[in-house]
Design a protein around this ligand. Sequence first.
Ligand code: AP5
Length: 216
Amino acid sequence: MRLIMLGAPGAGKGTHALLLSKEYNIPQISTGDILRSHIKNETDLGKKAKKYMDKGLLVPDELVVEIVKKRIQEEDCKEGFILDGFPRTIPQAEALDKALEELAIALDKVVNIDVPDEVIIKRMAGRRVCSNCGASYHIENKKPLKENICDECGSELKQREDDKEETVRKRLQVYEEQTKPLIEYYEKRGILLTIEGDGSVEEIGNKIKNTLEVSK
Ligand code: AP5
């Protein structure tokens, strides 16, 4: 199964990519997580990416395309993968098409999670992520067992730099302008599945799984 998770920032791409990754036993490839790990390790790529990410802007296409092209050729992607946060622009989608064609593989489905902006802004304000392993929580909807401590590795939870309300609004604007056109791009291919994403994680997860099963 080769999937793309599409949706505005905070729509739940990462949450559901992780659940699907466990369900289908295929890796979740989050360009956001990969870039954040470069920032943490202070690599050249991380230093370049940080300037854009802190402002809520997209990192230049050529940087992310290279990351994904390499990653999908790794051994654990043989049976499939879930792209979370990529592609995010039409040129990225075209570059992905080209890479997949060269590898003689094809996408199965694009899951588009549709959530109203007001719900997103509320969700982002409550998101907390592990400063060490990147696991994601929410102060109301997905509480850690111990307040402000990661269940997975015991490190401290923090608010992401780009989750401040002003930056979230910028990211939503960038999504409208640069990422939303991908809905039509994949709709024309007949592989787009749109899921109404305002509901509990369990409800949305079940909707996604059922829709994927029915569309097989
Ligand atoms: P990235 O990390 O990909 O951020 P994003 O797309 O903005 O998405 P998020 O991770 O913020 O949200 P999500 O949809 O995964 O939601 P989540 O499941 O966490 O990218 C960050 C930055 O990196 C970009 O701004 C850009 O600069 C750069 N970048 C990354 N990829 C790039 C690319 N391809 N090209 C160029 N630049 C790129 O959920 C959010 C919160 O809500 C969580 O707390 C969660 O617990 C909670 N939640 C989820 N679902 C529900 C629910 N149903 N009910 C209640 N709460 C819920």
